[in-house]
Write a protein that binds this ligand. Structure first.
Ligand code: ZN
Length: 419
């Protein structure tokens, strides 16, 4: 049976992030716990000063939001933590404790919260809580992967990312920068924060005895399942393929610190100086320069970070423009719904140059209020003028769907020039 697909409207999509790090700014007094001991120097590199008063204010703000969240859960009659799922909460606490014990904030008393949500998400609010959704626990059956997510979230608070972006915006305004106002800038800036949180999290995993490569596995899997969606979303998170590669590189650099299920006895020293960053001297010293730069918040640091963000934004814009240009040259030749419910499409790349590689074709289908996204990875090189197939394996919810009646849209998810 052949079905000609109708091109529908592009539906409005929200920002779907795998590890959605929500920057919530609700100031309220709530479950305030004074930090017992906070360094006056930057917790990661020693180059930023964060006073005890600053950290206390941050905790108060962050925990105020948590108080609101817990009130809302109670009002809605939703259980949390052990009452919600004793086994999963015990697991969350166990993995969290190991990561927290080797983190820069180990002197603070932190509490993990498990809440009932069917989205893959975990977040921190700058205080002393980490909130994890039940769906994330369900999808990550591997503790190494759970540790990667927890380490990443703790790192956001450690590196003071919420406070930094505020300070950064102020610095941009003072320097009269116009690019800060430009679209995409904020996304790129947050993108840097995400990369940094990944690097710090990878170190925590290794020091706590969890496989530091687990984070890269999550992103690789995500890439296989949904591609990069490069032009669909504002990228407050690095695209999946890059994130997988960067996590893999970081994991290699810290591999010598890792022994399975054993805390590294030198963890305190390694938090200060390690193969990813070093806490002495001026400016970036070793390892990934970007990792250091991204956490500087001195005047010079803000400037360097600003430059780095600009070039990152530029790179993202160029890549998105390339993907869009390729998309305009893709012609749908045929589309056929097979007996197993999958969709076989044929395409022609109508261009003179250049050849392509790592092409990922995407299909969006709107069904009721829900938008399903499926991708097909095209192996090998695609020459100009070439025809090629793209096979979309549909999720169960779409198996019996009549595509003629549903709004659909094909898109180019990601692609690179092949030189
Ligand atoms: Zn994040």
């Amino acid at each position: 049976m052949k079905k000609q697909l109708k091109r529908g409207l592009l539906v409005v999509l929200g920002t779907a992030s795998l590890s959605g790090c929500q920057a919530l700014q609700t100031v309220d007094r709530g479950l305030y716990q004074a930090a017992e001991q906070v360094s006056e120097r930057d917790r990661v590199t020693g180059q930023r000063s964060l006073s005890l008063a600053d950290r206390n204010a941050q905790i108060q703000q962050g925990n105020g939001y948590i108080k609101q969240l817990l009130d809302a859960e109670q009002k809605a009659g939703r259980k949390v933590n052990s009452a919600l799922d004793a086994a999963q909460y015990e697991r969350l606490v166990r993995v969290f404790d190991r990561i927290h014990q080797v983190s820069h904030l180990r002197q603070e008393r932190w509490i993990p919260l498990l809440i009932e949500r069917d989205s893959f998400n975990a977040f921190t609010t700058g205080g002393t809580y980490i909130v994890v959704h039940t769906e994330l626990m369900k999808q990550l059956s591997d503790d190494n992967e759970l540790a990667a997510v927890i380490g990443h979230e703790v790192a956001h608070t450690v590196a003071n990312h919420l406070g930094e972006s505020q300070g950064h915006q102020m610095a941009s305004r003072l320097s009269g920068s116009k690019s800060a106002a430009r679209k995409g800038y904020q996304a790129a800036f947050t993108h840097e924060n995400e990369r940094e949180a990944d690097r710090v999290g990878v170190l925590y995993s290794a020091l706590a005895g969890y496989d530091p490569a687990a984070g890269s596995n999550i992103w690789q899997r995500q890439y296989q399942q949904e591609g990069n969606a490069r032009t669909l979303f504002a990228h407050d998170h690095p695209v999946n393929a890059e994130r997988a590669a960067e996590n893999r590189q970081s994991a290699e650099k810290v591999r010598t610190y890792y022994t399975a299920n054993k805390q590294n006895p030198k963890y305190a020293e390694l938090l200060v100086n390690n193969t990813l960053w070093q806490q002495r001297g001026e400016g970036p010293a070793a390892g990934e320069g970007g990792g250091l730069m991204a956490v500087l918040s001195t005047a010079a640091g803000a400037y360097m970070q600003h430059e780095q963000t600009k070039s990152e934004m530029h790179r993202q814009q160029q890549q998105s423009a390339f993907v869009k240009a390729v998309e305009q040259r893709m012609k749908l030749v045929s589309a056929e719904q097979l007996a197993d419910g999958s969709l076989e499409t044929r395409w022609q790349f109508q261009a003179n140059n250049p050849p392509l590689k790592n092409l990922v074709m995407g299909l969006m289908v709107q069904q009721g209020k829900k938008v399903e996204r499926v991708v097909a990875h095209i192996e090998g090189r695609i020459a100009p003028g070439q025809r090629f197939p793209a096979h979309f394996v549909l999720p169960d919810s779409l198996k019996g769907a009549d595509f003629k009646k549903l709004p659909t849209r094909f898109y180019v998810d990601d692609v690179e020039p092949s030189q």
